[in-house]
Design a protein around this ligand. Structure first.
Ligand code: KG4
Ligand code: ZN
Length: 339
């Protein structure tokens, strides 16, 4: 079965061809150059740029895979969550192809794509605890099987990737900030500044702390970095690298603390980390080290499948197609589609 996948939920235009779980092509066209000057994604510019790129990106994905539309058995596209103007471009293009070719169509939840992305690189048995950490989301899930996910907790405020992007902006490092901070932090001293780590108490209503949702909070850390930068002269490369490394260490501490508590509670000994921030070198290094210490097997997708891509969308669709499912072409984009 060959599936054409399309993804346009935020600021990457992506298309991929998957043949029975194997990636034949995965093309991603980034809009970073467009949004850089604004320090964040401008929704109107994003959808216009998707309009220009969507057909060339789909054509490139087919050509790279060495196939034509005649060889495609089904079409899939992200239908949410995301920016509605962005979602509509990829979704409409994919639905049009499905309609013209009379092919089955699947609308995919972007978050399910991230949760399954690790499987593009090999088998990962269910069940697993998954930390989904990106520019828009920071949540923990218990993934029992395909299509069966239970949320264990999420962020109360900013997503971790958003905190990376805002800290980068505070430090004048450009957008998107995650990769820049990751690189800068390599030259820095991680213990130079002790930034606060939010350790959230059990919410009222939970029967005991063991039942409490595992929540994250990144806005206090973001503000602490902002105050530090305001009050100190950050005028050398070393000073900048120290702030980046100290911020990153605090963010990674918070992400991994809750993740390993979730694994322990779920008693499943398997942790998957996915989403744009899972490309972070320090998060990867520390997750693998902690996993080795605690006897937990840690799975993180290769870099190219951490950030937004269409291969993960085609993969999520493939499992539904195998069960004989498809979606009507009346399916619409939903900005806050839940998993
Ligand atoms: O999954 P993604 O491509 O898009 C969303 O669905 O949000 O994630 C993008 C986010 C951005 O906030 C970006 O700064 C962050 O992932 N990111 C990183 C790294 N690479 C990308 N954050 C930390 N370290 C990285 N190496
Ligand atoms: Zn994403």
């Amino acid at each position: 079965m060959r599936v054409l996948g399309v993804e346009s939920s935020c600021d990457d235009t992506a298309a991929a061809v998957l043949a029975d779980g194997t990636v034949l092509s995965s093309v991603v066209s980034s809009q970073d150059a467009i949004h850089q000057q604004y320090g964040g994604v401008v929704p109107e510019l994003a959808s216009r740029s998707h309009m220009r790129s969507i057909i060339p990106v789909i054509e490139r994905a087919l050509a790279t895979a060495g196939v034509t539309l005649d060889d495609i058995d089904a079409v899939a596209a992200t239908c949410g969550p995301g920016l509605v103007g962005s979602l509509l471009v990829g979704l409409s293009a994919a639905k049009a192809i499905a309609f013209a070719r009379a092919l089955p169509f699947i609308g995919v939840n972007h978050l399910e794509g991230h949760l399954l992305s690790v499987r593009l690189d090999g088998e990962v048995p269910f069940p697993y605890v998954a930390l989904l950490v990106s520019g828009g989301h920071t949540s923990l899930y218990y993934a029992e099987d395909f299509g069966r996910y239970r949320q264990l907790g999420m962020t109360r405020d900013d997503a971790a990737g958003e905190a990376y992007d805002k800290v980068a902006r505070t430090m004048g490092l450009g957008f998107p900030g995650g990769r820049v901070i990751d690189e800068l932090a390599r030259q820095g001293n991680r213990t130079a500044i002790r930034f606060p780590r939010a350790r959230l108490k059990a919410r009222r209503g939970a029967a005991s702390s063991a039942d409490a949702a595992l929540e994250f909070s990144f806005s206090g850390l973001k503000t602490a970095v902002w105050q530090y930068v305001r009050d100190h002269a950050i005028d050398s490369d070393q000073a900048r690298a120290d702030v980046a490394a100290s911020f990153q260490e605090a963010a990674v501490d918070m992400l991994l603390d809750n993740s390993f508590v979730a694994v322990q509670r779920a008693a499943c000994n398997r942790l998957v980390i996915a989403g744009g921030v899972s490309a972070n070198s320090r998060l990867r290094e520390r997750a693998h080290a902690a996993g080795a210490d605690l006897g937990v097997s840690v799975h993180i997708p290769p870099m190219r499948y951490c950030t937004d891509n269409a291969a993960m969308i085609a993969l999520a669709a493939e499992h539904r197609l195998r069960r004989g499912e498809s979606d009507p072409l009346s399916i619409n984009a939903a900005a806050d589609l839940e998993l």
